[in-house]
Write a protein that binds this ligand. Structure first.
Ligand code: M6R
Length: 612
C-alpha cells in the first residue's frame, strides 16, 4: 500500500507529483506529503487526502525541478501530520518516501538511539532514513552505496526514493517486494508505485526488479544495479495506457464508471480468444504450457478478497466443465501452513493489482515446490505477472475504485474461457455444448449491458436500506460465490455488516438472525437449484425477513414470494455470475452513496495490499 511518485528533470516537479499522487490515491489516503528542492529543501505533509495537502500548501513555495511525493496507508504510527511521508535524516539532508514495511525497524531503531539519534515520528521509514544517513556519513559514501549497505541490514518490503539536498541532481530508488516503475522521458525521469502517474508524460517504462537500485540524474542518464552491485541492462517497455481510462469522465465515481465499463471490459477479455462463428476458443497462456497444464493432477487457486471469490467460481467452472480437481485457498493461509504442493500441480494466482503481498508470497512458495505458476492478473507488468510461468491478462484497464468490480468479472471471464478451453480439449464438453457455450459467451457483453438497466430500480430500492445494520446474501452453486462477493461489496463501501452464505447453510445458524428487520438478498436464477432456492426464500419469508431476489428475466414464481425482484437476462448456467453480480454491485454502490459514504475510497482500505 502507499503510493509514491518522484520526478527529476527540467519541468516543475510539484504539479507532476500531485497529479501522480491523485492517481495513486487508491493505494492509501491517510496522509500525503511532498519534498521539493530549489535552492533549499522544502517538505510539506498533511494528514488526510491529497486534496488536503493541496489546500495546505496553497501560497507556499512549490518551486523545484526535483521532488518526491507520497500518499499513505498507515502501518506503523497513526495517520497524522508527523507520521506522514516524506521523512528526513536527523540532519535534514536526506528525504525519503517509502511504500512497504521495515520489519526489523525496532532493533535498528534501538541501535540508532544508542548512537544518539532522536526520532520525531512513530514510523519504520524514519528509522531507515536515519540508518542510510549514518552509514553515508561514517564512511563518506555515495548515497547509492549507503542505500545498498543499509538495505542489506533491513528485513521487509520496500519501494523507496531518496532525495539528497546536498546533491539534488539525482534521485536514488530501490525496491524489494513492493512495486516501482521508472518512466524515462526527454532528459527527465519519473518514479512511481505503478505506471498511472506516468501517463501523459512518457510511454517508456522500466519495471524495476526485486533487489535493484536505480540512480536517475537530471542530465538524462540513469543506472540500475542489483543489491550485489551488478550493473543491469534495463528492459525498456512501451506503456499502453491512456488518460481517459484514468479519469472519471461523466461519472460521479470511479466505481460507477467501472461498473458501467463491464460490457466492454468483458468483451476486451474475450477479444482474440473466442470466435463462435469459426468455432474456436484460444488461450495463449495455456498453449505455451499445454503439456504441464493438461497433465496436471490438480489446480490450486490462490487469491485474496474479491479475487478469492472469483477463484471460487473458477472451482465450479473447472470441475464442471473440465472435470479437473480444484482447491481454492486464501493466499494468506496457503503461504503459512506448509501446504502439500507437487510438481504436477498448477497454482493459479488471481489478482487485480498483481501486487498483493500474500498472493505473491504464496506463489513464491508454490514455485519453490516446483508447481507451474499461472497468473490471472489485470495490472500489466505487475510483480505477480512477472513471476508466473504463464498466464492470462484480463484486460480490464486500470481499476481505481477500491471496491473491485470490473476486475472481478474480468477474472471470472478468464476462468470461464480456461474451463471451456480445457474441457473441450479434454473431451469433457461435447461438441454441441461447446458451440452453444461459445455463442453464449459472445452474447455476454450485451447481456451485461441489459443487466445494467436495473440501475434506476436499484437506486430507488437502496433508499429503503440506508439504516440497515445487517444483511444476508444467499446463493447456491455458481451463485454462492456471487453472494459472498455481494456481501463484501456492501460491507466495504457502506460499512453495513453483511454475510454471504450458501443458501442451504442458512438453516444451520444464520436463520436465527432473521426477523422483520433483516434484508436477505437471494440470487435465485432459473437454473439447476431453482426449486431449492425458492424453498429457501419461503423459509426466510416464514420468519418475516425482507427478500430482495435476483431472478431471471420473465420469472413469475419468485416475484410472488419475494418483497422485491430484480431481473437479469437468461444465459447458460456457467455464465450466470457475470450477470448476477451486476445488481449486487449497483446495490452496494447506491446504498453506500445514500449513506453518504466515500464510495471510491472507503475507510481503512487500500486498493493494493502490499503488506501481509
Ligand atoms: O489486487 P488483488 O486482486 O490481489 O486484491 C485482492 C483484494 O485486496 C481485493 O480484491 C479487495 O478485497 C477489494 N477491496 C475488494 O473489492
Amino acid at each position: 500500500m502507499c503510493g509514491i511518485v518522484a520526478y527529476i528533470g527540467k519541468k516543475e516537479a510539484y504539479p507532476i507529483i500531485i497529479k501522480g499522487l491523485k492517481r495513486l490515491e487508491y493505494r492509501g489516503y491517510d496522509s500525503a506529503g511532498v519534498a521539493l528542492f530549489n535552492e533549499d529543501l522544502r517538505v510539506y505533509k498533511k494528514k488526510g487526502k491529497v486534496n488536503d495537502l493541496v489546500s495546505f500548501v496553497k501560497g507556499k513555495n512549490l518551486e523545484g525541478h526535483v521532488g518526491i511525493g507520497h500518499t499513505r496507508w498507515a502501518t506503523h504510527g497513526e495517520p497524522n501530520d508527523i507520521n506522514a511521508h516524506p521523512h528526513t535524516s536527523d540532519d535534514g539532508r536526506l528525504t525519503i518516501i517509502h511504500n512497504g514495511i521495515i520489519e526489523n525497524y525496532a532493533t535498528l531503531k534501538e541501535a540508532l538511539i544508542k548512537e544518539g539519534h532522536t526520532f520525531t515520528s512513530d514510523t519504520d521509514t524514519e528509522v531507515l532514513i536515519h540508518l542510510i544517513g549514518t552509514l553515508q556519513d561514517k564512511d563518506n559514501l555515495k548515497l547509492e552505496e549507503a542505500v545498498r549497505i543499509a538495505l542489506s541490514q533491513v528485513v521487509g518490503a520496500y519501494a523507496i526514493v531518496i532525495l539528497d539536498k546536498d546533491d539534488p541532481t539525482k534521485l536514488v530508488a530501490a525496491r524489494k517486494a513492493s512495486p516501482l516503475v521508472l518512466g524515462i522521458g526527454q532528459n527527465e525521469f519519473f518514479l512511481a508505485s505503478d505506471a498511472t502517474p506516468l501517463v501523459g508524460y512518457t510511454s517508456q517504462v522500466v519495471y524495476l526488479n526485486d533487489e535493484e537500485i536505480a540512480v536517475v540524474s537530471n542530465d538524462g542518464t540513469f543506472e540500475i544495479k542489483t543489491f550485489d552491485n551488478e550493473i543491469q541492462t534495463p528492459y525498456v517497455q512501451r506503456l499502453n495506457m491512456n488518460i481517459e481510462k484514468l479519469e472519471k469522465g461523466d461519472y460521479e465515481h470511479f466505481m460507477l464508471k467501472e461498473i458501467y465499463e463491464q460490457p466492454n471490459t468483458i468483451a476486451d477479455c474475450m477479444r482474440g480468444r473466442v470466435n463462435a462463428a469459426a468455432g474456436w476458443l484460444k488461450m495463449g497462456g495455456i498453449e505455451v504450457q499445454e503439456e504441464r497444464i493438461f497433465n496436471a493432477k490438480r489446480f490450486i487457486m490462490a487469491a485474496c478478497g474479491t479475487s478469492w471469490h472469483a477463484a471460487l467460481i473458477g472451482e465450479y467452472l473447472f470441475e464442471e466443465l473440465a472435470r479437473i480437481p480444484v482447491e481454492v485457498e486464501y493466499a494468506s493461509e496457503l503461504r503459512y501452513r506448509n501446504p502439500i504442493i507437487n510438481k504436477d500441480d498448477v497454482v493459479i494466482a488471481l489478482s487485480q493489482s498483481g501486487e498483493t503481498a500474500d498472493t505473491m508470497a504464496a506463489l513464491e512458495l508454490a514455485k519453490e515446490k516446483g508447481a507451474l505458476i499461472y497468473g490471472i492478473v489485470n495490472s500489466v507488468g505487475s510483480s505477480i505477472s512477472r513471476i508466473t510461468d504463464s498466464g492470462s491478462y484480463i484486460h480490464a484497464g486500470p481499476e481505481i475504485g477500491v471496491a473491485s468490480t470490473k476486475a472481478f468479472t474480468g477474472q471470472v471471464t478468464a476462468l470461464t474461457l480456461m474451463a471451456i478451453y480445457m474441457g473441450y480439449k479434454r473431451g469433457t464438453i461435447p461438441k454441441s455444448y461447446y458451440h452453444q457455450l461459445l455463442e453464449g459467451l459472445e452474447k455476454i457483453p450485451a447481456k451485461v449491458k441489459e443487466a445494467l438497466e436495473c440501475d434506476n430500480q436499484i437506486k430507488k430500492l437502496a433508499t429503503k436500506f440506508i439504516n440497515t445494520n445487517h444483511t444476508l446474501y444467499l446463493g447456491r452453486g455458481y451463485n454462492f460465490p456471487v453472494a459472498l462477493e455481494g456481501a463484501l461489496k456492501l460491507k466495504e463501501i457502506s460499512y453495513i455488516h453483511a454475510e454471504g452464505y450458501p443458501a442451504a447453510e442458512m438453516k444451520h445458524g444464520p436463520i436465527a438472525l432473521i426477523d422483520e428487520n433483516m434484508p436477505v438478498v437471494v440470487i435465485a436464477t432459473n437454473k439447476s437449484a431453482y426449486e431449492k432456492i425458492a424453498s429457501n426464500i419461503q423459509e426466510v419469508k416464514a420468519r418475516k425477513g425482507i427478500v430482495i431476489a435476483i431472478v431471471t428475466k420473465g420469472d413469475t414464481e419468485i416475484s410472488k414470494i419475494a418483497d422485491y425482484t430484480i431481473e437479469i437476462p437468461d444465459t447458460e448456467e456457467p455464465f450466470t455470475p457475470l450477470l448476477s453480480v451486476i445488481p449486487l454491485q449497483l446495490l452496494s454502490y447506491h446504498i453506500a452513496l445514500a449513506r453518504g459514504c466515500n464510495v471510491d475510497q472507503p475507510r481503512n482500505l487500500a486498493k493494493s495490499v502490499t503488506v501481509e
